[in-house]
Design a protein around this ligand. Sequence first.
Ligand code: SF4
Length: 301
Amino acid sequence: VAPASHKSREGIAELFEERFDPEDPPETAEELTMFARERLGELIEDADVGMTGANFIAADSGTMMLVTSEGNARKTVTATDTHVAVAGVEKIVPSAEEFAPFVELIGRSGTGQDVTSYISTLTPPVDSPVPDFEDDDEPLADGSGDDRDFHLVLIDNGRLAMREDEELKETLYCIRCSACSNSCGNFQSVGGHAFGGETYSGGIATGWEAGIEGLDTAAEFNDLCTGCSRCVPACPVEIDIPWINTVVRDRINRGEADPGQTDWMFEELVPDEEPAGLDLGTRIVGNYETLAKWGSRTAPI
Ligand code: SF4
């Protein structure tokens, strides 16, 4: 589903050819998938450290839940002996019991599945043995995972300040299911590169960007939300996304952002200097009353 869902099969084939120059370039979906799988497998075998995010972290036990479509997080954690998990502080919930409702909401809201393909709950450092990829016969022969290392990096980066901001704090409820993007007409047209920032994409990205990166970067795409409200019933945690976008727009308009960020809009709205005389085509088409009269008279012909 991400991050390459906007790419065509042909586009992926081209990219693989350009980057890896394979002897026998893969073309079909199956060949491309197998090529990616083998290439990633080689990289994973060589890796010393595995990095993941975390969808939720239980405060009482340190257990974390990871939701993926391809099993990549689980592979990352088990195949390497050092696991570094990086997550925003808003991902912390009291205990593993609170994982249950969210795991249902993410799959159903994001992709329409009852549950997503891979749900991993782990309490690091996990004690499964680190595989020895050189040993084809018994890769897990070395026994325990005693020498595994684990580091959790919790990111604030503006989130705790957002929690104190009465108008932006709802943004922190977001579970990143992407239902708002799926229901947004503008997002479907322009995609996440245009409608999104560093933190997230789609309608909810404005709130994230305003709280974490600042109003200047939120101003770059805030206007892509027209306030149509289609995303409101789609959001499983009932965030009023258009309202957050209105709040951010209001702050930008009050001059709280760098004014240079909106100069482009005024330049687009002000017409270029008019030429001294209009050309014949413009005069005819622009004079629509006469054009309509002549059109009616000559229509039977
Ligand atoms: S704002 Fe709501 S719908 Fe959008 S990604 Fe977050 S939880 Fe999902």
